[in-house]
Design a protein around this ligand. Structure first.
Ligand SMILES: [Mn+2]
Length: 246
């Protein structure tokens, strides 16, 4: 795998492009340009899109500028890897053959430069997420996808926009955050016991990195409040904030 490795998650590219969305994308693209300068591998660790559902002959047009940006990154030699999240699992051949070098639908266990990485979007790993884990199985099932595909795209995307508008992109309350942090740290501790050096998770929008035992856990930030990315330079993993107040 080409070094350095970059990890970005929870960009949630929106279906409706207003001025705020344009600014957010510009901010992201400035980071992607920087990545092109160093080369390497760029991992999108889920929820890159706020909603992505690809039909055999139809792709969402709201992301046209991203498709172009990604193609240019690939042309400049950067490898693009995408681990799907709970908002953007429903890809088909367009994303797989035209945009990304590789797509993963499951947690990832890889060794790069002697370091073993556990990479996960992170949804469903908390011990109390029983209901969600079942829902995840259902909405990723062939049966659900086949049924959903028969909904007209205009209606399907209207539903997605409605859910997106009513959804919160804000920070969770402090108490919840504390429980989540404890749970994620315990989860990571067990991974490190099992021989992993690093765990990288999205989904929780924390933008924090913790040293635990001999390992490091990076919980990436979202691109609304805490734009950040993790970087592995071949020796160590760090979390970097990106234009937080711009
Ligand atoms: Mn998520």
């Amino acid at each position: 795998m080409k070094l350095p490795l970059y990890f970005i998650s929870d960009v949630h590219l929106k279906l409706s492009i207003d001025q705020a969305e344009k600014n957010r994308r510009k901010k992201l693209y400035r980071l992607l340009d920087k990545i092109c300068e160093t080369g390497g591998t760029c991992f999108f660790v889920g929820d890159l899109f706020d909603f992505y559902f690809e039909y055999p002959d139809v792709i969402p047009k709201a992301y046209a500028d991203f498709y172009e940006k990604a193609s240019n990154m690939k042309k400049s030699g950067v490898h693009l890897h995408f681990l799907t999240g709970n908002h953007d699992h429903w890809f088909q051949d367009f994303l797989e053959t035209n945009i990304m070098n590789k797509i993963y639908t499951d947690d990832l266990d890889i060794i790069v430069n002697g370091k073993r990485f556990f990479i996960t979007h992170g949804d469903g790993i908390l011990s109390w997420d029983h209901g969600y884990r079942l829902l995840k199985k259902i909405i990723r099932s062939k049966f659900f996808i086949t049924i959903f595909r028969w909904i007209h795209p205009t209606i399907a995307y209207k539903i997605a926009k409605f859910i997106s508008r009513s959804g919160k992109e804000d920070m969770h309350e402090a108490e919840f955050n504390k429980d989540v942090k404890n749970e994620l740290q315990n989860f990571a501790k067990n991974q490190f016991k099992d021989g992993f050096d690093y765990m990288i998770s999205g989904h929780y929008h924390l933008s924090e990195i913790y040293s635990i035992d001999k390992g490091k856990l990076a919980v990436l930030g979202d691109w609304f409040h805490r734009p950040s990315y993790a970087k592995f330079d071949g020796k160590d993993l760090s979390l970097l904030h990106w234009e937080e107040n711009v």
